[in-house]
Design a protein around this ligand. Structure first.
Ligand code: EPZ
Length: 441
């Protein structure tokens, strides 16, 4: 397994560019299944989950061309398989995003029920209940979800109310409803920027989606959808992660190719604790820390536009450096504090009680050997390592490769002392790049 070795205590200084949002690219890639025409997506991040999603689409029969590393031209004109196999779904639960489009266009879909992951059980019951509201028959067969449109092959528009806000549930239903007969209304819909980005792509393809970004989304079904070209929004969580990196190392960064309005609540919270953040323009932030030091402040994770759960671990790392006690409440996932025990090994003072973590700061962190457990926990351990005195070794960095494009290169470019320790047998994250490079040549 590959590791990171970090020598901490160096302020970061310089400029970092933000990659496309993984959590927008994944549904947008799935949306290509809704049409036999080509969907071209630009600003796709080069991360492991995208490679997995590409493999899933190719397994279903799509053609995926990459004229350059961050552009995917996807054509689903020859779909012969209507199922997402366990091998892929178990590595990336976002594979369930194939359900909605396959059901909508072909009237059938089979997806292995995604198991839980490190942060929680991650059920998809809300997706399935909503598909049934659109007339689908849904059954569980040997660990697979099997869904079929009513006889006649098309879903019927309906009213859907999600009991809980679900991001991929909202995305799955937007795609399913796009080709349904009649109109669908999604109530208590997720409002993340990635939802709006998917709606923009669907409308470019000829869909009629209104209200994305609000709690009620209306989708008027159409007969067929066509191809389109779309640029994926910047990754707001990567942006937030680098804001914290500047603050926790007492450095100064200019972050470009970002969309500050997509992480307004994160910027507000970081300013509240003493981080200086200037919005230079609509795609650039300047961040520095913190003449008066950092002050501990509580935070509670909630659906967008409130504080994102995907920034909780990174915020906790920062709070270890803030004066005072902060209470971090995780309301979205049931087990998203695994990074806390690793930070404690670096000297952090954190008490966990159910969904609540209490951090006592400021503490001097010392480098240690720690283990990544999920994508955002890994990022928080990199941040802690950058702030710590001495050397930190982070195991299982494949977690971080799922959602951060070449994070060690970006950090090294602004002065971090971080390197990737490869095993003798390199895990081939680079191999697809070589394959892609060959394809471009
Ligand atoms: C998306 O996951 C993101 N992933 C997650 O990012 C993010 O943490 C999460 O939304 C919350 O913002 C992608 O977009 C690919 P949910 P998703 O459905 O859609 C419960 C990352 O780090 N729930 O909004 O799977 C669920 O258990 C990843 O990039 C049900 O009970 O999350 C959770 O408690 C991690 N039944 C809550 O709702 C369902 O059918 C929110 O889950 C669906 C969800």
């Amino acid at each position: 397994m590959e590791k990171f070795r970090i020598s901490g205590g160096r302020p970061l200084r310089g400029r970092i560019g933000i990659s496309g949002a993984k959590n927008s690219a994944l549904p947008c890639m799935a949306a290509s299944l809704l049409t036999p025409e080509t969907v071209t997506l630009h600003n796709i991040p080069y991360v492991r989950d995208i490679i997995t999603q590409r493999r899933l689409l190719e397994d279903l029969g799509s053609t995926v061309l990459t004229p350059e590393l961050r552009t995917n031209k996807i054509t689903a004109s020859n779909i012969e398989l209507f199922e997402a196999p366990y091998e892929l779904v178990k590595t990336m639960r976002a594979s369930v995003l194939a359900l909605g489009p396959l059901l909508a266009r072909f009237g059938k879909a089979k997806v292995s029920l995604p198991g839980g992951c490190a942060i929680g059980t991650r059920p998809i019951d809300l997706h399935l209940t909503a598909f049934q509201a659109l007339g689908a028959e849904v059954s569980l067969e040997a660990g697979d979800v099997v869904a079929r449109a009513p006889s006649g092959g098309r879903l019927r528009g309906s009213e859907v109310r999600f009991d809980k806000v679900t991001v991929t549930g909202t995305e799955n239903l937007m795609m399913a409803a796009a080709l349904a007969v009649g109109t669908t209304k999604l109530h208590n819909a997720a409002r993340e920027p990635e939802i709006t980005d998917l709606a923009e792509l669907l409308n470019k393809m000829g869909a009629r989606v209104r209200g994305a970004g609000t709690p009620t989304i209306t989708i008027e079904g159409v007969e067929a959808l066509g191809g389109a070209e779309h640029t994926i929004i910047p990754d707001r969580i990567e942006t937030g992660t680098f804001l914290v990196a500047a603050a926790i190392t007492k450095g100064e960064l200019e972050i470009y190719n970002c969309r500050p309005e997509h992480l307004a609540i994160v910027i507000a919270k970081l300013r509240e604790v003493g981080v200086l953040i200037e919005e230079v323009n609509q795609s650039t932030l300047r961040v520095s820390c913190c003449p008066k030091g950092l002050t501990a402040r509580d935070v509670e994770t909630e659906p967008h536009p409130r504080f994102p759960t995907d920034m909780q671990a990174q915020y906790m790392a920062l709070m270890t450096q803030a004066e005072g006690k902060s209470v971090i409440t995780e309301t979205i996932f049931e087990n998203r504090f695994m990074h806390a025990s690793e930070m404690q090994r670096m000297g952090a003072r954190i008490q966990i009680e159910a969904h609540r973590a209490t951090v006592e700061g400021a503490t001097v962190l010392t480098g240690a050997r720690v283990q990544a457990s999920d994508l955002r926990a890994s990022a928080s351990l990199v941040l802690a390592g950058l702030a710590a005195e001495g050397e930190t070794i982070i195991d299982r960095v494949y977690h971080i490769d799922r959602g951060y494009e070449k994070i060690e290169d970006k950090l090294r470019s602004v002065g971090a002392e971080i390197e990737r320790l490869r095993d003798s047998i390199t895990t081939p994250l680079n191999a697809p790049e070589q394959a892609v490079a060959a394809e471009i040549a």
